[in-house]
Design a protein around this ligand. Sequence first.
Ligand SMILES: C[S@@+](CC[C@H](N)C(=O)[O-])C[C@H]1O[C@@H](n2cnc3c(N)ncnc32)[C@H](O)[C@@H]1O
Length: 204
Amino acid sequence: MVRNRTSARRDVARFDRWAASYDRSFLQQRVFEPVHQALGLALEPLDALRVLDVGCGTGILTRALARRSARAVGVDPAPRMVAKARENRADVPASYVVAAAESLPFADSSFGAATASFTVHHWRDADRGIAELARVLSPGGRLAIADIDLPSPARWLLRLVGSPHAGWSRRELADLLYRSGFSRVRATTRGPLGPRLAIVFADR
Ligand SMILES: C[S@@+](CC[C@H](N)C(=O)[O-])C[C@H]1O[C@@H](n2cnc3c(N)ncnc32)[C@H](O)[C@@H]1O
């Protein structure tokens, strides 16, 4: 599951350009925010935990997690997304780092929970990113992922043309997680996109 380096770089550059208006996107209200709620609720209770939000964008989910936890850390390789997240900083224990999922700048077992919302399909190397999440989560740590799950013909067609939006099926996401040592992988189809959306939970 390794993507072409140029295409992955292009994705990050596109998010950098989108950063200024990202929060006003219709996708935010219609799709992302309800999904953020589902991810946050599923990870509760977070009280004393440090939570990592990978591919945090402008930090909307990171801030929501910070309100319910000891500290939330957002990481994203698009510097302007991270700049916007820092600018949006509310009075919550949240901080942000410019970094990619494939190379997380954190010690082993340093988080109790983690999220990846609509970002895994943009990663250059999903296996490596999930392995990094397994490394930085402490044993028993909880992970919640939301991603696109298109019907197979659409997914294969988009893969043929090299689009990141091909996403992963639930089965592929589950395989990815088991390969990195996660357990109790479970999925739900509840959410604003119905079965087109994979919301997957797993334990470290
Ligand atoms: C559709 S946005 C989702 C942002 C946020 N999670 C949300 O739900 O609003 C995808 C994000 O993934 C980030 N991204 C792209 N490649 C990444 C990588 N290799 N590791 C982590 N994040 C990445 C992009 O920069 C972008 O901010």
